[in-house]
Design a protein. Sequence first.
Length: 442
Amino acid sequence: MTHLGTVDCTSTGVAANSQFIGTNLSAMAWNGTDLFVAGFNNQAIAGATGICKVSTALTTPSFGASFGVNLLTPGSRGYSGLDVDGTQLVAAYDAGATDPNGITSWSLTGTANWAKAARGGSGVGLDVGWFGLVDSGTAWTTFGSGRRSLQDNLTGTDIYTSANGMIIQTTGVTSSFWRDMAFDPLTGDVWLRRSNKVVACDRTAGNSVSNSRIVVDATAADNINQQNLAFCRTGTENVIFWNNRSAGAFGQLWTNVIQCNRASDGSAMTIDWRGFTAANSAGAYDFSFDEATNTLAISDFVNKVVHVFAVSTYTNYGTACIGAGNFPLLLGGSGDLRVGGPLTYTLSQAAPFSLGGFAFGAARDNTPLPFPGGCLLHVNPLLFTEGIFFTGVLGNGSGLGTLTFTIPAGLTGQTLTAQGFCLENGDLNQLKTSNGVEVLFQ
């Protein structure tokens, strides 16, 4: 995660300001340039909540006047979700019961398109349909329902309702405290939060799914709101970012709450924040991913800020050779995989008094090398080697080497594989190789 900037939205919580959206920032959408934030009435009495557009948010942020204002939002209620595409912003509003403005659509300048009476407590998502072919629209669900409802994007009329929308409930699970939803922009597969768990359904047609399943079986929390997620189609891995919020207490650590899991199998992934730190909060974060810029925005309910990151995924593969002292030679990658970004490879646990370096290819390989030890070549074809370094004089496993370069233009969409190597004691017959690392340039 490469931190690109933080947008301070505290002014949206000041009632005297034209951009006032409520006491706290509860929902957010990001399109790579502009930011949309929506509010929550975090007090015991009724108050106003609304939506505000922050234009050119990362460069010269400009806060527009709030729209979608609900003047008498009950205490502890407000907006639960936003989503945006190139033509419209959609919003879910929760007043504690069905409301005429439960699901709404807006132009990107804040002009009302349509409204659907509903209880919008479970977020909202722009459904691309099944592979973009059929049944696209504004999707939502609600507490007590096991189906996805769908409104026509242009008119707001019903396409599917809670009576005939596709079934998203997982087998054998009765809880239906839905909190958020997102869609794979290619396939239309559905990703949801329910009672703090991460749920997914594979799209089989416009209005049907299969393999409805709990992807991450987090601690159940039926009555805790602000449980959100973003589906990120990026690099060599599709991933899910979500907040593990089983309690609403203050003082929760950013690094404990925000999680990332591989979409293909639900396995946990390690997040490298690259030195970024954030203030403690109540674990109430919202997420919005812009595929065109490969950036993820994360909003903080308590601190009223939105942090924006470039997302880069590095896929480890293959087998590391065991070197001196029984240490496997390990290669890792970090940095921003977009054009102009810094890309760093780090080779660790090498032997002392040795020569190391990095090898690069265009695809994965798993070929034994013709040297003693049978270490494997994991790049194919071998395009070039770079970053030769000498290890120090400390003990076994202490050797460390790094290579950093700036990603040039013209590589977007190209795959690069990398592997580290070490000639222990400078001897080719003691060649050790690392695991492989694969990236896809953004």
